[in-house]
Design a protein around this ligand. Structure first.
Ligand SMILES: Nc1ncnc2c1ncn2[C@@H]1O[C@H](COP(=O)(O)OP(=O)(O)OP(=O)(O)O)[C@@H](O)[C@H]1O
Ligand SMILES: [Mg+2]
Length: 283
């Protein structure tokens, strides 16, 4: 049976201004999985993530971590945040220390780790995110993409078993985007659960093992990426494009070029493998 690390059970959240951002959302994330949360602007993805590490508390329903209801006393919240690290959508809301080094050291220091361990973790996180050269720079003068990498290093240095990352690739150049995705994959291979929100359907399709579609503060659909992205009605309703791999797969299938039962490719290499070579195609 699946083991769920984070669950939202019928959660409702209304912001102080009166906006109902979540209106009875339920979803469960499997331990050790790679989950992508998709949905239009304002759907409630960020609000949901803020519930997953206890920054927001639902006005109705429950959030569960590792099979237990989240409690909201100071000690329980500290424990939850050690386990669930979140990289915010907007790094400016996350970064508050004056230098990159101070910023990335803050979390592990706050956890009361010995100095050597703090230094080891900070060094590891700065190297992993490729920002070792920025170590002594003031955080508030960095570019948006550099800030995003510092925010990711912040969370890596805490080494939580669950990493939530809100729009990981926004404002990153292509090389850095690939690098961040590789980092998340490496974390997942170590056994961490990774949850991301993204508007990049190609990334969600190739990367995730489970896709959740949020709309109007509720779950509109979920499933394996190859199923969700072939559900035309759901995509239409949520305003999501089809990933290019799914588009091309659909076309070559329509042309009758595929062997019966060829599964939809998840990567471009898998696509190249199922495209028949010139000789076979011209016969
Ligand atoms: N601090 C806030 N105060 C009041 N309303 C808010 C606040 N933050 C978000 N909202 C509202 O709550 C709803 C959900 O917003 P949320 O940021 O969770 O959406 P999202 O799915 O993350 O969108 P995006 O794709 O643009 O990041 C929206 O209607 C938004 O305007
Ligand atoms: Mg958001």
């Amino acid at each position: 049976m699946a083991e769920y690390i984070l669950e939202a059970v019928d959660i409702e959240y209304k912001y102080p201004g009166g906006t109902v951002a979540l209106g009875g959302l339920s979803m469960s994330v499997e331990k050790g999985g790679k989950a992508a949360v998709l949905g239009p602007n304002g759907a409630g993805k960020t609000t949901l993530f803020l519930h997953f590490n206890g920054i927001l508390r639902p006005s109705r329903g429950r959030v569960r971590f590792a099979g237990r209801d989240v409690r909201y006393d100071q000690a329980s919240l500290m424990e939850l945040r050690k386990n669930v690290g979140i990289v915010f959508q907007d790094p400016d809301t996350q970064l508050f220390s004056s230098s990159v080094l101070q910023e990335v050291s803050f979390g592990p220091m706050n956890m009361g780790l010995p100095r050597d361990e703090v230094l080891r973790r900070v060094q590891g996180a700065l190297e992993a995110t490729g920002i070792i050269d920025l170590k002594h720079r003031p955080t508030h003068f960095l570019s948006d993409g550099q800030k995003k990498r510092v925010a990711i290093a912040d969370v890596l240095a805490m080494d939580p078993p669950v990493i939530i990352i809100d729009e990981p690739t926004a404002c990153l150049d292509p090389r850095c985007r690939r690098h961040v995705v590789d980092l998340l994959d490496a974390a997942n291979r170590e056994g961490k659960t990774v949850i991301m929100s993204t508007h990049d359907v190609d990334l969600a399709y190739s990367w995730a093992d489970r896709v959740f579609v949020v709309m109007d503060g509720a779950l509109a659909g979920e499933g394996r990426p190859e199923d969700v992205f072939q559900d035309g009605e759901l995509l239409e309703r949520a305003g999501l494009d089809r990933p290019w791999l799914v588009e091309i797969y659909g076309e070559i299938k329509k042309k009758g070029w595929l062997a019966a039962g060829s599964p939809p490719p998840r990567t471009k290499e898998q696509l190249y493998d199922i495209i028949p070579d010139g000789r076979r195609a011209s016969k």
